[in-house]
Design a protein around this ligand. Structure first.
Ligand code: PLP
Length: 265
């Protein structure tokens, strides 16, 4: 368990999609927020019908109610840190960027969610441009895996050198830091943090586990909690990497497909 500097409940927010099976999306975010002693709030951008076997349907929420959810939260309980996960359409992305720009936004973590492990597209092809143009420049840190980093930069990633090259290109888009997650490459799981004079590797042994649904959502949410608790970016990423590693170690079978990670251990 992470040793938090503060143990009172700081407000944090997730702007993301709902996963009806509870393993990823908003549900994973809120579980992580609670496990890491923060007060979680949520703005839902889309509803997915999914289970451990896959995603079966997606319905986007209207951009008007997304806007309103953000406004009423920021005008009442100002989050100390927040994340943006699944935002599937160009209009929703623009709406979120426009709405957030009215407030002082601190510690924005963007997880550029694109495709689920089961292969379902969670970001419409035409939405990528707006993600790059409007949202990524607002981020304190973005957390793409290698496939997402490839999709955004056009750089094919096979090794650490490629990850570094992609990270540099991602930084040119405007976020302060980039965490490229190397978990999909061969060998141990090595993540690269880069930005503002920092270039650091975070390594963990490859865990041979089937149940990894929601790992990306959980890691980015953990980073939100650690930033909200006042840790600097290196500590926030290091603590969160330890948390996700233990959550994967404790992942479990539920349903018939890829089960979830365990948030409370
Ligand atoms: N569903 C939602 C709403 C998500 O946000 C995500 C990932 O961010 C997924 C599903 C996919 O999760 P995974 O690829 O870990 O199965």
């Amino acid at each position: 368990m992470i040793n938090n500097k503060t143990n009172y409940r700081v407000p944090v927010l997730t702007i993301a999609g709902s996963d009806s099976s509870g393993g990823a999306g908003i549900q994973a975010d809120l579980k992580t927020f609670s496990a890491l002693k923060t007060f979680g709030m949520s703005v839902i951008t889309a509803i997915t019908a999914q289970n451990t076997r896959g995603v079966f349907a997606v319905e986007e929420i209207s951009k008007e109610i997304i806007k309103k959810q953000i406004e009423v939260i920021f005008e009442d309980i100002h989050p100390k840190a927040l994340k943006i996960g699944m935002v599937s359409s160009p209009d929703i992305i623009k709406q979120i960027a426009d709405t957030l720009s009215k407030y002082e936004v601190n510690n924005l973590v963007i997880d550029p969610v694109m495709i689920s492990k089961s292969g379902y597209s969670l970001l419409r092809t035409e939405a990528k441009e707006n993600l790059i143009k409007y949202l990524i420049p607002m981020a304190y840190i973005i957390t793409p895996n290698t496939m997402e980093a490839e999709e955004i930069t056009g750089i094919h990633i096979e090794n650490l050198e490629d990850m570094k090259e992609a990270a540099k290109k991602l930084l040119e888009l405007g976020p302060k830091y980039v965490l490229v997650k190397g978990g999909h490459l061969d060998g141990d799981a090595v993540d690269l943090l880069m930005g503002d004079g920092v270039c650091e590797l975070f390594e963990s042994k490859r865990l041979d586990r089937k149940n990894t649904h929601g790992t990306g959502c959980t890691l980015s949410s953990a980073i939100v909690t650690q930033l909200a608790h006042g840790y600097d970016v290196k500590e926030a990423v290091g603590n969160s990497k330890n948390y996700i590693t233990k959550a994967i170690e404790n992942s479990f079978d539920i349903g018939h497909g890829i089960g979830p990670v365990h948030h409370f251990y």
